[in-house]
Design a protein around this ligand. Structure first.
Ligand code: DUC
Ligand code: ZN
Ligand code: ZN
Ligand code: ZN
Length: 470
């Protein structure tokens, strides 16, 4: 036969176009699109379905160790990437977090060890820089960027990760020199500490107060500070997990001034609210929704959609950062019972990202199909140096494809999930539009929620420079 596989009769969607075509695949790569392409060993009937690039989720946390005595993450590479492919995502970029005092090579090696042979989908790594010593910024980081680790994240809060302004400037300066893209967690350390300690003195320690301790003002202030530092150095940065209007407006303002600032938002900021963290109950169920930045309110959802439609945000991610709710590793174990400040920050969501975004975005008429593909796949590939290998349906691209039924109605429920976490924050959400088959480099890895791929199918991706960093 001419090809290994032919996907027949579907509607192909890319970031630019929507067109009826068959897709021919050979050796894991898209060989041709069109009609009457030739013969194939296997065929898939995609009539009535959308044929879209597999999702790329450029913001995922897997197997990051927590401090001893605090809950450990629920998902490693096996269950996290299994959950990804079940949701139509074929590439994830998790973080390799530098423990202070440890070198970057050593950090990366330990994450490679956790991932090697353990992934169901392809993966890369962003470093998290917590200890920007002269050795790290002068030698290690530039060398690693050259080796294909072309993006990294820094934090403006958290005791074990926060960088002060001087350190941020040093890191930005290094990124400029080595053409790396810096992702910035924008929440102000001192303001959060102040708010947290005041709430604790008032006895306001339930999970709900996690959100109160870090309101949008705290996020906006840090976003503005990061933007100012980036402008001073003249380096592009990506402000991740934007939760509402305040930070969105800072990014828009910067973009309108011609400062190169990029923005990411996530599922929880269009689907959850601060009220979901209300669990004045003794069981602490509000802790299921504790993440940072915290989910806000309905006005914030509107602001996020405004940013999505207006081009303020280039990428839509899950920020999958899974913890258990129940059991010995549960979110409310140990010190967390005493105060929200000890509840681990993060929600599982890699499997639900495309479902919720399609349903709320495309099915409700807020965005086009092409915008959906750009925000869930193509822009991630361009932003993080995976284009033109990943992120489109065209000859030469990896045959990472999701077949999507735009009319299928489902309800999200934990019992159907493929992650290791024991809950989903999106429980009960009604969805219109659902992934029915996922292909990774031409191999069917999931069909109708059933995993057909094998652990180890996923390979490590060395990345190019960001197409958005010139
Ligand atoms: N930042 C993230 O990116 N994810 C989870 C928690 C956090 O602070
Ligand atoms: Zn963050
Ligand atoms: Zn509501
Ligand atoms: Zn994150």
């Amino acid at each position: 036969a001419d090809f290994d596989l032919l996907i027949r009769g579907g509607t192909c969607v890319t970031a630019a176009d929507t067109f009826s075509a068959d897709v021919a695949i050979k050796d894991g790569v898209i060989a041709a699109t069109g009609r009457e392409l030739g013969s194939a060993d296997k065929e898939i009937d995609a009539s009535g379905l959308l044929v879209m690039p597999g999702g790329i989720d450029s913001h995922v946390h897997l197997a990051q160790p927590s401090a001893s005595g605090t809950p450990q993450m629920a998902d490693g590479f096996e269950t996290g990437t299994r959950s990804a492919i079940a949701g139509g995502t074929t590439t994830v970029i998790p973080f390799a977090q530098q423990p202070r005092g440890v070198g970057l090579r050593e950090t990366l090696e330990s994450y490679h060890e956790k991932a090697r042979g353990q992934a169901y989908c392809d993966y890369g790594f962003h470093l998290i820089i917590t200890d920007p010593t002269p050795q790290v910024l002068g030698q290690e980081l530039p060398a690693l960027v050259k080796d294909g680790y072309t993006s990294f994240k820094v934090f403006m809060t958290y005791d074990d990760m926060v960088l002060n302004d001087r350190e941020l400037l040093e890191v930005f300066d290094c990124a400029k020199d080595c053409k790396a893209l810096v992702m910035v967690h924008c929440e102000g350390y001192d303001a959060i500490r102040f708010m947290t300690e005041r709430l604790e003195r008032q006895g306001k320690t339930e999970p709900y107060y996690h959100g109160v301790s870090r309101p949008q003002i705290v996020e906006r202030e840090a976003a503005h500070r990061a933007i100012s530092h980036a402008q001073l150095i003249d380096v592009p940065i990506m402000i991740v997990h934007v939760s509402g209007r305040e930070a969105m407006e800072q990014i828009r303002w910067a973009q309108q001034k011609g400062i190169k600032i990029f923005g990411e938002t996530c599922t929880q900021y269009i689907a959850l609210t601060a009220d979901d963290m209300k669990g004045f109950n003794m069981d602490g169920s509000g802790s299921k929704y504790v993440c940072s930045p915290p989910p806000r309110d309905h006005e914030s959802w509107d602001a996020i959609w405004e940013g999505i439609r207006g081009g303020v945000f280039q990428t839509f991610s899950s920020d999958h950062c899974p913890f258990f709710y129940d059991g010995p590793q549960g979110k409310m174990t140990g010190k967390a019972k005493a105060s929200f400040r000890w509840v681990p920050n993060g929600l599982p969501g890699v499997e639900n990202r495309m479902q919720v975004f399609f349903s709320e975005g495309v099915s409700k008429g807020r965005i086009t199909l092409n915008e959906f593909v750009a925000l869930t796949s193509t822009n991630h590939a361009k932003m993080y140096g995976l284009y033109p290998k990943k992120g489109s349906i065209a000859p030469g691209f990896d045959a990472d494809i999701v077949l999507w039924d735009p009319n299928r109605e489902e309800v999200i429920t934990q019992s159907a999930m493929h992650h290791a976490a024991d809950y989903t924050p999106y429980e009960g959400q009604k969805i219109k539009g659902w992934p029915v088959m996922t292909l990774l480099r031409g191999k069917k890895v999931c069909e109708e929620g059933k995993i057909t791929g094998e652990v180890g199918d996923g390979t490590f991706l060395k990345r190019d420079y960001s197409a958005f960093v010139s």
